[in-house]
Write a protein that binds this ligand. Structure first.
Ligand SMILES: [Zn+2]
Length: 382
């Protein structure tokens, strides 16, 4: 990928939390601080779900869109998945111009890099915008421009996954993939950042097999494939996503724990799962508390289950917190968490050389952080 978006990126960089080498610091670290600084990968994060509330207010004001409130502390309030989707759609509706997408991409990477994210494959879900007349080429170009600017500033790299929105139906999915293929063929600006396709939005009452045409088309044109499944659908739907749609990765995949046989197969085949424990609690209310989440059962079952934030701005999360809260809830050690970070690299779609370099970088950073952690007094983890 020399000359592409990854060149000069963070894969071989020496710093821990961004592109800038900090002065050597020997201050003792809490586990939370060490996990925040650990270089991490994220594979399940919706770029629209990273929008700062202040940016939503500013873009909405400029576009003349009414908001339920302009109080940035009140904007992201919801009590159910349906209310959450209303807020998500409100955020999406403020994105009207190519520059809006560029700003979103830029701020998104800046905010994630501040918590040790060095590489991401970010979802964007353009169905609503395409239906309203936006051009996919403008969205991709704008996003890529913003991601590139933030990459230059922080060294944190973000690639893109174009998600099919199930709510818009199978033919809209095919049309989006066709659009994407056309942009790739034309070498359109920024399209080199789009690695593949995914699928999100409601799972209930939707047969994933009905989206097979879009996935077949994506595969035929060399696009990678993932999909949201198993958050609100049974293990059979996860099997369909992989076996019928040819998905290489599964986003969420929680219901696998209900089918031990399928779980054993996924573990043996090392099919990656992008799990978002805090999001499952804050958005879907699927579990009363982190301690009730099946993440440890997934790890113990040998699944390649990575950690991700899903919609961090909308849920007041960051990837450092995701790691720290999971470590605390399940009594994982620093090295357990390093193993999860390394699994993030394995689950990614990075080319082999970049993956190898990033793994080495995580090991090096972990070796630097570990002694500072061991030397620190015991802090209560809050
Ligand atoms: Zn998601």
């Amino acid at each position: 990928m020399s000359g592409g978006p990854m060149s000069g990126g963070p894969m071989s960089g020496g710093s821990v939390s961004g592109g800038h080498e900090p002065a050597r610091d020997i201050r003792p670290l809490t586990l939370t601080e060490a996990l925040d600084a650990l270089p991490k990968v994220e594979l399940h994060c919706h770029v629209e779900g990273t929008m700062r509330p202040a940016t939503v207010v500013e873009l909405a004001t400029r576009a003349g869109l009414p908001l339920p409130t302009t109080d940035v502390t009140e904007l992201y309030t919801y009590n159910s998945l349906d209310e959450f989707l209303t807020v998500f759609w409100l955020v999406q509706s403020t994105l009207t111009t190519r520059d809006d997408w560029a700003r979103l991409g830029y701020e998104s990477v800046l905010d994630a890099a501040a918590h040790g994210r060095v590489y991401a494959e970010l979802f964007f879900t353009p169905a609503r915008h395409l239906a309203a007349g936006s051009a996919l080429g403008d969205i991709v170009a704008g996003l890529s421009e913003g991601l590139a600017a933030a990459e230059t500033e922080t060294g944190s790299v973000a690639m893109l996954i174009a998600d099919v929105d199930r709510a818009f139906g199978p033919s809209a999915g095919v049309a989006m993939v066709e659009d994407l293929v056309r942009l790739r063929r034309a070498g359109a600006p920024g399209v080199e950042r789009v690695l593949g396709v995914g699928m999100d939005s409601t799972e209930r009452g939707v047969d994933p097999a009905s989206f097979a045409d879009a996935y077949r088309l994506a595969a035929r044109h060399g696009l990678r494939r993932t999909g949201h499944q198993g958050e609100n659908s049974p293990p059979t739907a996860i099997a369909t996503l992989v076996d019928v749609l040819g998905a290489e990765r599964v986003d969420h995949g929680l219901s696998l724990v209900d089918d031990p046989e399928l779980m054993t197969r996924f573990a043996a085949e090392r099919i990656p799962l992008t799990v978002c424990p805090n999001s499952n609690i804050r958005i879907a209310n699927a579990f009363p508390a982190l301690a009730d989440h099946p993440y440890p059962a997934m790890r113990a079952g040998g699944l390649l289950a990575t950690l991700n934030t899903d919609d961090p701005a909308l849920t007041d999360l960051d990837l450092g917190y995701e790691y720290a809260s999971v470590a605390t809830a399940f009594d994982y050690s620093f090295d357990d968490m390093v193993a999860i970070a390394l699994d993030g690299v394995t689950a990614s779609w990075l080319p082999d050389d970049d993956a190898r370099a990033l793994r080495a970088r995580i090991h090096t950073a972990a070796d630097t952080l570990r002694p500072r952690l061991a030397a620190s007094p015991v802090y209560p983890e809050g």
